[in-house]
Design a protein around this ligand. Structure first.
Ligand code: ZN
Ligand code: ZN
Length: 611
């Protein structure tokens, strides 16, 4: 009854949510029972004497930067409590991410809650008997209206556990000050007894490599550190020294065969490999991921689309620019891996050819533009779906489409400027113009975010010609990228040929059923769909022969265009037979190769690009 009466009071009192005078806000993070997976968060708020607000709203983000699906961190909050000194304060939930707390008479409010976390990833937190690892937004509530206020954080680790993050300045540091909430949650932190620290310097900046291995390292850590140094050198050569004093690669070898991620931050990255450092594949993946993530130091963390910071954590991000933020980073990650000497020209061109194949063979290659792909990120970036979707047919990766837009622009700029400029110059000028030299547009960070039109303007300026048409056709539109024009400029050409198993008939096995033969989302309008197969059917026979995951493609490809193929499936516990008629080949191989008629200038541009 009392709670009900107070609830009405809290609901109907006049909200004072416009940012007034700064609050004094400090956080404590404890973890007294690691095996429980429960982080203990305490937030002390001291209101200024002039503050008239009758309540304070504490809110936990719905998602956090870099992973654009909705995570709803609120679902892991428990044991919420609010006090002023020893006096219990009334509080209520007003929506699924907001706790409204009545203010105390003396102007102090302390809230405490526990947050469950047992996922090792760049988005969620993990506390277990071996370590604690978090990013920020999945643990820390903010005071509504006071995200711009400076904050303090104190971490209370279990005895003999040490704390490190990308803003650690001295040994055994457990306290940090942050200029605002967005900076605080951009600082992933590792707390544990057995992580290691290595350091090197490039152009006067310190780079640290923190490794927490949960399996054998095989003596590979020194060479991993040396290889990451090669990446840092290659990228610093392009951009010039970054503006920070130190940067931290925080790398986990999870040894659980499932956790994997790479996430960019202002002065650090979290890289999580599912395997162990002793394995060659895990090692190589960690270096490739480092090449991608370190490029984000400039592209996305500082040079950023206008919608990416500061953020409204009550609704998903909506930016048209992820094909630049992620896609161009994808292109440069591959290019820098090559420039740093890990892959020869042939390997680099093969990697690009494979990406072209993935995009051009995708069902959505003519349906979804790069901009639309970016706007769909909250549905596609590791989002979970209980409701069935047709996204496998309708969505395209902004990473890979963006990588190919970058490739085309890079080569076209080289050709149009006779090798004077490349996409590198676009990136450097945009960084200078929007980040370094623009006045601060918000409390969040230096400079301002760019619009797509801003970015297109820099491309045209560097190319020395109006590129508006390129953006209309290939970025907002779904026209096939001008590979021929772009590659010809550097003495290369794209060869398209049917795959040696060119027919799929639109059959797609469900990736959620990795052992079985259940069908996933069939290609829209494909022979399989026209013949009457549907998602959920379990494929048993093609052409009278029983099929497995290993042989169904080869059995199907014994038939040719125009043939009618009998197919059997299990559906609702019965066997159903249909007949499907094969169309033209639907899977093609793309290969970039030397153009025998290349001009001397094209050859020179090619060697400038590749060497
Ligand atoms: Zn760890
Ligand atoms: Zn990225």
């Amino acid at each position: 009854m009392i709670r009900f009466a107070i609830a009405l009071l809290l609901t109907f009192s006049v909200p004072v949510q416009n940012r007034g005078a700064e609050y004094n806000i400090s956080y404590r993070l404890a973890m007294s029972h690691p095996a429980s997976h429960l982080f203990e968060v305490t937030i002390d708020v001291q209101l200024p004497a002039t503050e008239r607000a009758t309540y304070i709203d504490f809110q936990i983000p719905m998602w956090q930067p870099g992973r654009y699906s909705v995570a709803d961190f609120a679902k892991n909050v428990q044991d919420f409590d609010a006090r002023s000194g020893n006096i219990q304060l009334y509080w209520m939930k007003i929506d699924n991410q907001t706790w409204r707390v009545q203010r105390g008479t003396n102007g102090t409010v302390t809230v405490a809650y526990r947050m469950f976390g047992d996922d090792l990833s760049g988005t969620y937190a993990q506390l277990d008997v071996g370590h604690a690892n978090y990013t920020g937004g999945e643990l820390f509530m903010y005071v509504v209206g006071h995200k711009p206020d400076p904050l303090q954080l104190r971490i209370e680790p279990p005895s003999n556990w040490k704390v490190i993050n990308g803003r650690t300045e001295r040994p055994n540091q457990v306290e940090w000050r942050y200029p605002n909430y967005e900076i605080m949650i951009d600082n992933p932190t590792e707390i544990g007894p057995d992580w290691t620290l290595d350091e090197f310097k490039v152009q006067g900046k310190t780079d640290r490599v923190v490794v927490h291995s949960r399996g054998p390292e095989g003596g590979r850590r020194p060479s991993l550190v040396r290889d990451i140094q090669k990446i840092v050198k290659a990228e610093t050569t392009m951009w010039g020294p970054p503006e920070f004093d130190s940067y931290t690669f925080m790398i986990h070898f999870a040894a659980d065969d499932q956790s994997g991620d790479g996430m960019e931050h202002l002065t650090s990255t979290q890289i999580i490999q599912p395997g162990v450092l002793a394995e060659r594949g895990s090692y190589d993946d960690a270096v490739r991921t480092a090449a991608h993530e370190f490029f984000h130091v400039w592209n996305v963390k500082r040079l950023r689309p206008i919608e990416l910071g500061p953020w409204d954590w009550t609704r998903p991000a909506a930016t048209r620019g992820l094909w630049i933020a992620e896609g161009f980073t994808q292109y440069y990650g591959v290019l820098m891996y090559h420039r740093a000497g890990f892959q020869n020209a042939e390997g680099f061109l093969n990697s690009l050819s494979n990406t072209i194949g993935t995009i051009e063979n995708a069902p959505a290659s003519k349906l979804m533009s790069a901009e639309a792909s970016s706007m769909a990120a909250s549905f596609t970036d590791a989002a979970l779906h209980r409701q069935r979707t047709n996204l496998p047919n309708t969505s395209l990766s902004y990473y890979l489409k963006g990588e190919l837009i970058a490739l085309n622009l890079d080569l076209i700029i080289r050709e149009k400027t006779a090798g004077r400029y490349s996409l590198d110059e676009v990136m450097r000028r945009a960084y200078e113009q929007f980040y370094l030299k623009s006045p601060n547009a918000t409390y969040y960070l230096k400079g301002r975010g760019y619009t797509i039109e801003d970015f297109a303007g820099v491309v045209s300026e560097v190319a020395g010609t109006d590129m508006t048409d390129f953006f209309a056709k290939y970025v907002r539109g779904t026209d096939t990228l001008p590979y021929d024009q772009a590659l010809r400029g550097v003495g290369l050409r794209l060869v398209k040929s049917p795959s040696n198993q060119p027919y799929t008939a639109g059959i797609v096995l469900d990736p959620e059923d990795p052992e079985g033969m259940r069908l996933g989302a069939l290609r829209t309008g494909s022979p399989a769909e026209r013949g009457g197969l549907q998602e959920g059917d379990v494929l048993t026979e093609i052409g009278g022969m029983s099929v497995s995951r290993e042989n169904w493609r080869s059995i199907l490809n014994r038939f040719k265009q125009g043939d009618r193929v009998p197919v059997s499936v299990r559906r609702f516990r019965e066997t159903v037979q249909v007949s499907i008629q094969l169309d033209a080949p639907d899977i093609f191989i793309y290969r970039i190769e030397e153009d025998p008629g290349a001009s001397a200038q094209a050859k020179a541009l090619r060697s400038a690009w590749l060497n």
